[in-house]
Write a protein that binds this ligand. Sequence first.
Ligand code: ZNH
Length: 141
Amino acid sequence: MLTAEDKKLIQQMWGKLGGAEEEIGADALNRMFHSYPPTKTYFPHFDLSPGSDQIRGHGKKVVAALTTAIKNIDNLSQALSELSNLHAYNLRVDPVNFKFLSQCLQVSLATRLGKDYSPDLHSAVDKFMSAVASVLAEKYR
Ligand code: ZNH
């Protein structure tokens, strides 16, 4: 469970990214496609070369969803309910992939934030991304 301290750390960090969100989203996606190539099968209609417009555009959407999640951190199921429907019923992304994206996002954040990505923040982000992933996976049958 996310503690009050975890939530504070995440909210502070997110507030300090200062416009780099889109870049972080695209970097996380590039890393995911590179390190976990089967994830590419969900995006047959995308140009997946690193930094393509589609990767940047999609990175922006993913990060915007995470911003919404952070703003509604005590109410994730409700805040992400539509996205949860989309992933479970339309996209049918195997939930194992949520872990991959979470890993990659953490590397992107760590690369960006350097020593500010403290062990406490790392652990908070890990818990947060697991919470997001369980909401996105909660409607699968
Ligand atoms: Zn996902 C889509 C988010 C994960 C796959 N996504 C999407 C979107 C968003 C998201 C926001 C958009 C929607 C609209 O438009 O409405 N995701 C997300 C998040 C996460 C995710 C937050 C985590 C954390 N996904 C994921 C994964 C995968 C995916 C892991 C695989 C691998 N998605 C996807 C797809 C899509 C999406 C395929 C669609 C795209 C297009 O555009 O077509």
